[in-house]
Design a protein around this ligand. Structure first.
Ligand code: IVH
Length: 672
């Protein structure tokens, strides 16, 4: 027999877990972190283990663990699960609205707009406030019993929230979906294991819910938006859909907060266009907007034709994904020499735009996904400018396709391509490669760099072709005379361009550093470097240790900068830029000239040092504003490693904290 105090504690823990689950999943405003939540869950698990007779099916511990079933049982839906008529434009919508007005014999009626979630329709039945069944839509009349799988979805309440108005039996309906990030992770993992990829999040959700072993479903991250009441027994229903939704939310269901009650067709149309944009920024896929008549008595009056209610319609978006033929894999060379493969596709409209090209990242990615020329491929445009290839449709492959291989020679200068171990990209290492020169100069003059107005892509490529420029400094050697010799270049535009070029000389140190196109050095890093070192010539001679001492610069970036200036050609460019009058100094004195070089950094020292005693080393760090602590954690900035280091050196490696030799510590602490 379980004791009463255990029961009280168990009830209390469950109530707290249910409350925090609701805050997290439904209100999207958690009050505690994951680890606090987990510690309550652990306590509950332990108590339940000691008191097995107190375990109930609606306990938050009982989401996972049902034994695998041999098949899904069939479920008859007491009320058919309907589908929706479609509208593809404002005209279709107006036709629907007119018909509704006619049937209702009024012109003005409130409607509710909500996102149409691209997932799987599910019916959830609760008896006396407890989840008893989750079923798929099936053919609308009969579906499959997927209760064990549904229980693993944390946003599905196992018990309704205590309220004065819980009906004895209720069925709610909603869409189970796989969040975009969960889908991307799942495919990533499948690709690594060499398994076939899921075509889209909807297939991901469907595949996960159709697992006979709910332990597998539990490992997939699924979520739900509840969008309707199915039926209700022994309870009263509100008067409008809006009220139903807020009631369901109070009962603990996850209701989409983007729901909007509107009065006119214009507002519907606005909602649809707003979503047409913002849908790309959500973590769930939507394929349209659903419009419903708000008043439930109007809904009843309008009724159903076939399987489609007259009181609702789906206003669709153009599809985000499509399948088309991959005609060819071509390769571009970027400004740092990286070979960028891309897909040339049989043109196809995706989300309202005709797509002809898509990115393919790198060779490894192409191999992992096994994308081959001649394949039919799934492409997706989910907000980014350039769409991506998700993967091949393997079923449609004939035997002719052969796996992709990066070219051995640069397609632009025929220099042998280098593939360094541990690096994803293949590179052309010829810095005179015309493709790289073009990309480098294009970047140099762009807004992210020297921002030379009037020097666009076409002109850069013409100037290169006519050998008027070969590298950055040559831009500053251009003259009006040289320019007006070119196609479609009048005296006026030549003079304007010369003016813009002249002005760019004073663009400022961080712009110059960003313009130089050092691998891994973007605008933010450039600003850090400018502040810390104060000039490009100073930057050319920094050590890796000095670079890594800057918060925000890691070993890869540091290595890349050092390597960049080990190259004589890159050093020469700086000399030449100085000669033509580009300002390579900061206007103000860099902050490194203060004593507090280690301000904000935490050090750990381990092992025997040569020129320092332990306390001297600590003094050296503290004098410069640094902190010294005894153990390595994620907050540690550096571990100084001497001879015969202790376990702290291992901790540093495990947590990927940069280490310093004694010599590097001295260099870092030196004033310049
Ligand atoms: S209402 C009659 N609301 O779309 C009402 N459905 O094409 C039936 N869906 O089977 C559904 N989001 O699976 C409704 N906000 C939403 C929805 C939604 C997605 C799905 C649902 C339905 C299908 C119809």
């Amino acid at each position: 027999m379980a004791d009463t105090s255990a029961k009280a504690r168990i009830d209390d823990l469950r109530e707290r877990l249910n409350f925090h689950n609701y805050r997290y999943h439904v209100l999207d405003s958690p009050l505690i972190g994951d680890s606090d939540y987990d510690s309550i869950l652990v306590e509950l698990r332990q108590l339940e283990a000691f008191n097995p007779d107190l375990v109930t099916p609606d306990s938050p511990t009982q989401r996972v663990g049902a034994p695998p079933s041999p098949e899904f049982n069939e479920v008859q839906h007491p009320q058919p699960m309907l589908s929706l008529g479609n509208a593809f434009g404002d005209e279709d919508l107006a036709v629907w609205h007119k018909r509704v007005s006619g049937l209702l014999e009024i012109d003005n009626f409130a409607m509710v707009c909500e996102p149409k979630i691209d997932g799987l329709a599910i019916a959830l039945t609760y008896e006396n406030g407890k989840l008893v069944r989750g079923a798929t839509r099936g053919d609308g009349l009969r579906g499959e019993d997927v209760t064990a799988n549904i229980r693993t979805i944390k946003a599905v309440p196992l018990a309704l929230r205590p309220s004065k108005n819980i009906p004895p039996r209720i069925e709610v309906r909603g869409e189970v979906y796989m969040p975009r990030d969960a889908f991307a992770q799942l495919n990533e993992a499948r690709a690594e294991r060499g398994e076939q990829l899921m075509a889209n999040p909807r297939n991901g959700a469907a595949g996960s819910l159709r697992q006979l072993d709910s332990n597998i479903t539990a490992q997939r991250r699924l979520d739900i938006w509840v969008y309707a009441l199915g039926w209700i027994e022994g309870g009263s229903t509100p008067d409008t859909h809006t009220e139903v939704m807020s009631w369901l939310r109070d009962l603990g269901f996850r209701v989409n907060p983007e729901l909007r009650r509107v009065e006119s067709l214009e507002s519907v149309s606005d909602y649809h266009s707003e979503w047409g944009e913002s849908r790309f920024h959500r973590n769930y896929q939507t394929d349209g907007v659903v419009i419903k008549i708000d008043r439930l008595d109007y809904q009843r009056h309008l009724g159903i034709v076939g399987r489609e209610p007259r009181w609702a319609i789906a206003y669709k978006f153009p599809a985000e994904q499509a399948i088309t033929k991959l005609l060819k894999i071509e390769v571009n060379v970027g400004r740092t020499g990286a070979l960028n493969p891309y897909a040339v596709l049989d043109p196809i409209p995706v989300a309202g735009v005709t797509i002809q090209h898509a990115t393919l990242h790198n060779e490894e990615d192409i191999r992992r996904k096994d994308i081959r020329e001649g394949d039919y491929v799934i492409i997706e445009r989910a907000g980014e400018v350039i769409p991506r290839v998700i993967g091949p449709v393997v079923d449609r492959r004939t035997s002719a396709q052969i796996p992709f291989q990066m070219p051995a020679l640069c397609p632009f200068c025929e220099t042998p391509v280098v593939h360094e171990e541990g690096e994803a990209a293949h590179r052309c290492i010829n810095s005179r490669c015309p493709a790289q020169q073009y990309e480098r100069i294009r970047h140099f003059v762009s807004k992210a760099g020297m921002d030379i107005d009037g020097l666009g892509e076409k002109l850069v490529s013409l100037l290169l072709e006519q050998r008027l420029i070969a590298d950055f400094p040559d831009i500053y050697k251009l003259t009006v005379e040289k320019l007006i010799g070119m196609e479609r270049m009048g005296e006026k535009s030549a003079a304007n361009l010369m003016f813009a070029i002249e002005q760019s000389k004073q663009r400022g140190l961080s712009s110059v550093i960003a313009a130089l196109g050092i691998l891994h050095v973007g605008g933010e890093t450039a600003a850090l470097l400018a502040r810390r070192f104060g000039s490009v010539p100073r930057l050319m001679d920094v050590t890796k240790g000095e670079l890594q001492a800057i918060l925000g610069i890691g070993p890869i970036v540091a290595q890349s900068i050092v390597e960049h200036y080990q190259n004589e050609g890159n050093r020469l460019i700086i000399t030449e830029l100085a000669e033509v009058g580009v300002t390579l100094q900061a206007a103000i004195i860099p902050e490194s000239d203060t004593l507090q070089l280690f301000d904000g950094f935490r050090f750990v020292v381990t092992g025997r040092l040569q020129g320092f005693t332990r306390s001297e080393a600590e003094g050296f760090i503290k004098e410069r504003g640094g902190q010294v602590t005894g153990s390595v954690s994620k907050k540690t900035s550096y571990v100084v490693v001497g001879e015969e280091p202790g376990a702290k050196a291992d901790d540093a490696r495990r947590l990927e904290i940069p280490t310093l030799t004694e010599q590097e510590l001295r260099v870092l602490g030196q004033e310049h």
